[in-house]
Design a protein around this ligand. Structure first.
Ligand code: GLN
Length: 467
C-alpha cells in the first residue's frame, strides 16, 4: 500500500510551490482537504475495494461542484457559494480511489480561450509566464503541465480542454456528447457542454475518462454504450485510414504548428496507417455558428444568477426586485460574461430569432453532416488536424479584440457542434512552445482514438522528433 499521507503532503508542497511562483492555477486547495482525501482512500483500500485510480491526485476545474470546497466558476457572482452535493464525476473519481487535490482557475463561467477572463486573475503559461495557457480550462492544463498533478478535469463547450492542452503540451480529451454525466457541471451551453479530461500522458487521461464515463440517472443526455477500453497498445496501424481535412491546413497556418502535425502524420504513416485528404466544406461557419448558439444557451442558463438563489446579493438603489437583479448581475458578472448574455439575448429576441438562432441551428446540422459523410462506410476511421492555429499567445494580446480571441478556437469548435470525440496530443515544440495535434473520431470512438494517440505519443520524443 502506498503511503497516501506522505503523497498528500507532497501534492500540497507542489501546489504551494506553484502558488509561490505565481502560476495562479488554483482557486482553492488545502492541506486539510488533501489529508482527508488520503484517509478516505486508505479506508477504501483497507476495505478491499477495487481502486483503478488508487491515490491519483486530480484537480477539478472550478465549475465542477464538490461539497468540501467552494465552487466559484471564477466569478464574483458565486462568492460564498458551496454546493450541497458532489458532481457525478467527482463521486465516480472518489469511488475509483482518486484524491481530489484542488479547484482549478478558469475563464469566468468557462467563457474564454486564455483564462484571462477569470475574476481572480490570469493563469500563467507553465513555461512562459508572459504567455497564456489557453482556456477556458487553463488552470487544469497548467497544473498538469507543471507536474503538480498527473491529471485534471476540465470542461468543453467549444474546445476548452483541447486548446489549453495544446498550448501547455499535455493530453486533452473531449468525449462524445453523452459519454460522461454533466450532473454537477455548472451549465454554460447545455447542447454542447462535456466534462473533459487533461492528462500528462494518454494513459493517465484514458484511465480517468474510463472512471468517470457511463450512464447516470441524474443526466438524461447520458447514454449506455460499450464502456471504454484503455488498452493503449495498438501495435500496427495497418489498414487504418486517417483523413487530413484540407480546410484545417490553410496557407497561413503557423509553420511550427504545421511541422508538428506533419511529424505526427509521418509517425502514423510509419506504423502503417494510410493518410488521405478529405474535405469538411462547412468548417468556415463553425466559429460564427458556435458564437450564436453558445451565447444563446448561456443567456438562458445564466438567468439563474439573480441575487436571490445563489452567491452575492446587491439590493440596488430603488430597492425593488428589478433593481436587485440589475445591481447583482451588473456587479457580479465580468465583461466577457456580460457580452455573451447580451449577444445571446439578442439572437433569441423576437425578430432576430429566425435570422440568427434558427439559421445557426441549420448550419450546425450541415457541419455535423460534413463529419457523418467523411466517417461513413468507405470513408476514414479518424481525422488528424492541428489543434490550434498558433502556439500560446502573449497575455493581453487578444483581450481587447474578442473576435481574435474567438478565432483561437477555429479548429476545435466544429467537433463540439457535431458532438464528436476528439483529443489533442503533444507533438513537440516550436520556438520552445508546445504544439498539439488533434485526432477526431466518430461518435463513441474514444477507445480506438486513444490507442492511436498513444501510438503517436510513443513514436515521438519530447522534442517531437520521430524516434
Ligand atoms: N473558447 C470558447 C468560448 O469562449 C469555448 C469555451 C469552452 O469550451 N468552455 O466559449
Amino acid at each position: 500500500m502506498k503511503d497516501l499521507k506522505a503523497e498528500a503532503r507532497a501534492v500540497g508542497e507542489r501546489l504551494g510551490a506553484a502558488d509561490t511562483r505565481g502560476l495562479n492555477a488554483t482557486l482553492y486547495w488545502s492541506q486539510e482537504m488533501l489529508d482527508a482525501e488520503a484517509d478516505r482512500v486508505a479506508a477504501l483500500e483497507a476495505a478491499g475495494a477495487p481502486l483503478p485510480l488508487a491515490g491519483m491526485p486530480i484537480a477539478l476545474k472550478d465549475n465542477i461542484v464538490t461539497t468540501d470546497a467552494p465552487t466559484t466558476c471564477a466569478s464574483r457572482i458565486l462568492a460564498g457559494y458551496r454546493s450541497p452535493y458532489d458532481a457525478t464525476v467527482v463521486r465516480r473519481l472518489r469511488e475509483a480511489g482518486a484524491v481530489i487535490a484542488a479547484k482549478a482557475n478558469l475563464d469566468e463561467f468557462a467563457m474564454g480561450s486564455s483564462t484571462e477572463h477569470s475574476a481572480f486573475g490570469r493563469v500563467q503559461h507553465p513555461t512562459h509566464p508572459d504567455r497564456v495557457p489557453g482556456g477556458s480550462s487553463g488552470g487544469s492544463a497548467a497544473l498538469v503541465a507543471a507536474g503538480v498533478v498527473p491529471a485534471a478535469l476540465g470542461s468543453e463547450t467549444g474546445g476548452s480542454v483541447r486548446q489549453p492542452a495544446s498550448f501547455c503540451g499535455v493530453v486533452g480529451v473531449k468525449p462524445t456528447y453523452g459519454r460522461v454525466s454533466r450532473y454537477g457541471l455548472v451549465a454554460f451551453g447545455s447542447s454542447l457542454d462535456c466534462v473533459s479530461v487533461i492528462g500528462r500522458t494518454v494513459n493517465d487521461a484514458a484511465r480517468v475518462l474510463a472512471a468517470i464515463s457511463g450512464p447516470d440517472d441524474q443526466d438524461a443526455t447520458t447514454v449506455a454504450v460499450e464502456p471504454l477500453t484503455i488498452d493503449a497498445t495498438p501495435g500496427s496501424l495497418r489498414g487504418l485510414r486517417i483523413g487530413l481535412p484540407t480546410e484545417y491546413f490553410p496557407a497561413d497556418l503557423d509553420a511550427g504548428v504545421r511541422a508538428g502535425v506533419d511529424r505526427a502524420a509521418d509517425a502514423l504513416r510509419a506504423l502503417g496507417a494510410e493518410l488521405v485528404p478529405v474535405t469538411l466544406p462547412h468548417t468556415k461557419y463553425a466559429v460564427p455558428t458556435y458564437y450564436v448558439l453558445a451565447p444563446a444557451e448561456a443567456a438562458s442558463n445564466l438567468a439563474r444568477y439573480d441575487g436571490v438563489r445563489y452567491g452575492v446579493r446587491r439590493i440596488g438603489e430603488a430597492g425593488d426586485l428589478a433593481a436587485l437583479y440589475r445591481a447583482t448581475r451588473g456587479e457580479g458578472f465580468g465583461p466577457e460574461v456580460r457580452r455573451r448574455i447580451l449577444v445571446g439575448t439578442y439572437v433569441l429576441s423576437a425578430g432576430y430569432y429566425d435570422a440568427y438562432y434558427n439559421k445557426a441551428q441549420q448550419v450546425r446540422n450541415m457541419i455535423a453532416a460534413d463529419f457523418s459523410r467523411v466517417f461513413a462506410p468507405g470513408g476514414v476511421d479518424f481525422m488528424l488536424t492541428p489543434t490550434t492555429p498558433t502556439t500560446a499567445f502573449r497575455a493581453g494580446e487578444r483581450t481587447g479584440d474578442p473576435v481574435s480571441m474567438y478565432l483561437a478556437d477555429i479548429f476545435v469548435s466544429a467537433v463540439s457542434l457535431a458532438g464528436l470525440p476528439a483529443m489533442s496530443v503533444p507533438v513537440g515544440l516550436s520556438e520552445g512552445l508546445p504544439v498539439g495535434a488533434q485526432l477526431i473520431a466518430p461518435a463513441f470512438g474514444e477507445s480506438r482514438m486513444m490507442a492511436v494517440a498513444s501510438a503517436v505519443e510513443a513514436a515521438l520524443d519530447a522534442a517531437g522528433e520521430v524516434r
